[in-house]
Design a protein around this ligand. Structure first.
Ligand SMILES: Cc1ncc(COP(=O)(O)O)c(C=O)c1O
Length: 446
């Protein structure tokens, strides 16, 4: 591997691509992985290569610093995904790393819900205090899907009703509970449909006329035995689309009337990414019963949380003293101190406002560079999408061109035609300017 230059210690460098990606070392390691890994991922790459006509063979990461990744062939990229949005402060953030390594040295594992690690107390207190009412309770997990699973279980316990209202284009993770409510693509659900909750209604994501959206929610709540309305306050993987103003407040009223919990899935939006600490708390009259967090919460360490209104969470205590929901790594000490560090820092330094300002600049730069003929830019804070004219195949080709230029970008959206950007919160503004110009160039290149 080519050594990364010394001066990239802060990880805020422009790309440097010497070998067309993927280089020979990436190809060799990827082939070893493909030989033994579940074949689903390679099958997806082959299908994408065939559909887009552009090679979708992967690079292999060797090193990450700040917003830079260096691959095994020595190419340096700007990571505009921040590890699926998890790396709130980029790779190897000194504050998070030192807290985690000190914790690991002191205590590498505790006994979760039986004998907790000391650091669990301040994290639970900090998470509970994010909820604007007294008495909120928290359940920790390891992934976003864990948090949504716990939220759906909370709804059944608190309402006695198993039905769920979810939204087209939404994504909540792929373990069985969330999968049943995954509106992004029916393909995710189809092979497993017999194992899933059958009582899920999918509504259009409410990004249009408020009265139409609320009428549809009212009708759906009347139609079934609904215990939960599960919504992303800004559609993330579905293409960075904001909710219609006033919808959460209307949904709050309708959920109260219908006896259902309002669950905000903030796994993507949360911890400041949307430009608010929590996107669902902006309209306080639309306060959700349950909020799910993951991704950025751990700053790259696998931890998630579900925060519930006290009155709703009481339902968990009414089960004869059996622990009906826990897991080995829930409350894992390293993830716990990572989350505590991220959360304190976001509040201390007001990263939500910084993300809003930086995101506004990036959105304006993308709008200018892409141009209305080539795509449409949407989103808020540091979750921004560019819907590429020409559809999914074109979006894949553009993302590949960007990779070749040294920019790591994912495609999203219900039909795969959106380039999605979820950079680290502390990415240098100059890198986003360079990225916007690279996106503009790639999207206009035939
Ligand atoms: C809104 C939302 N909820 C839940 C999840 C699932 O999180 P995880 O992949 O950590 O299980 C995701 C992942 O992208 C997400 O975007």
């Amino acid at each position: 591997m080519t050594a990364a230059p010394e001066d990239d210690a802060l990880g805020q460098q422009l790309p440097s691509v010497a070998v067309t990606p993927p280089g020979p070392k990436s190809r060799a390691i990827a082939a070893r992985i493909a030989n033994v890994e579940c074949p689903s991922f390679e099958a997806r790459r082959e299908a994408r290569t065939a559909a887009s006509g552009s090679d979708q063979a992967p690079i292999v990461y060797a090193r990450g610093r700040g917003s830079n990744v260096t691959d095994v062939d020595g190419n340096r990229y700007i990571d505009l995904t921040a590890g699926f949005g998890a790396l709130a402060f980029g790779y190897n953030d000194p504050e998070i790393s030192s807290a985690v390594f000190a914790q690991d040295y002191a205590l590498s594992m505790a006994l979760g819900d039986v004998y907790a690690a000391e650091c669990k107390a301040p994290l639970l207190e900090a998470l509970a205090s994010l909820y604007p009412e007294e008495g909120a309770r928290v359940l920790l997990g390891s992934s976003g899907a864990d948090a949504v699973t716990a939220a759906l279980k909370t709804a059944v316990l608190a309402t006695g009703k198993s039905g769920v209202i979810a939204f087209k284009g939404s994504y909540h993770g792929l373990s069985h509970g969330p999968l049943a409510a995954c509106g992004l693509s029916s393909k995710f659900r189809e092979p497993f449909v017999q194992q899933l909750n059958q009582n899920v209604q999918f509504l259009d994501y409410p990004d249009g006329e408020l009265s139409v959206a609320t009428a549809s929610l009212r009708a759906a709540l009347r139609a079934g035995d609904v215990g939960a309305v599960l919504i992303e306050p800004v559609l993330g993987r579905g293409g960075c689309i904001a909710l219609t103003d006033g919808y959460l407040a209307a949904a709050r009223t309708l959920c109260d009337e219908g006896g259902a919990l309002l669950i905000a899935d903030e796994v993507w939006t949360g911890m400041g990414r949307s430009g608010q600490v929590l996107a669902s708390l902006v309209a306080t009259d639309g306060l959700p019963d349950v909020i799910c967090l993951g991704k950025a919460l751990g700053g790259g360490w696998p931890i998630s949380a579900m925060i519930g209104r006290g009155a709703v969470m009481d339902a968990w205590a009414a089960h004869g003293g059996s622990t009906i929901h826990t897991s080995t790594h829930a409350g894992h000490p390293a993830g716990t101190v990572a989350a505590l560090t991220v959360l304190r820092r976001i509040l201390r330094d007001d990263w939500a406002s910084k993300n809003r300002q930086l995101g506004d600049r990036f959105l304006a730069a993308l709008t200018r560079e892409v141009g209305a003929d080539s795509g449409t830019v949407s989103g808020c804070g540091l979750m921004i999408g560019v819907r590429v004219r020409g559809g999914a195949v074109r979006a894949l080709a553009v993302s590949r061109k960007l990779l070749n230029d040294g920019y790591i970008v994912l495609t999203g959206g219900a039909s795969g035609d959106v380039l999605t950007f979820t950079p680290a919160f502390n990415i240098d503004a100059s890198l986003l300017e360079a990225a916007a110009s690279a996106v503009g160039h790639a999207i206009r290149t035939p």
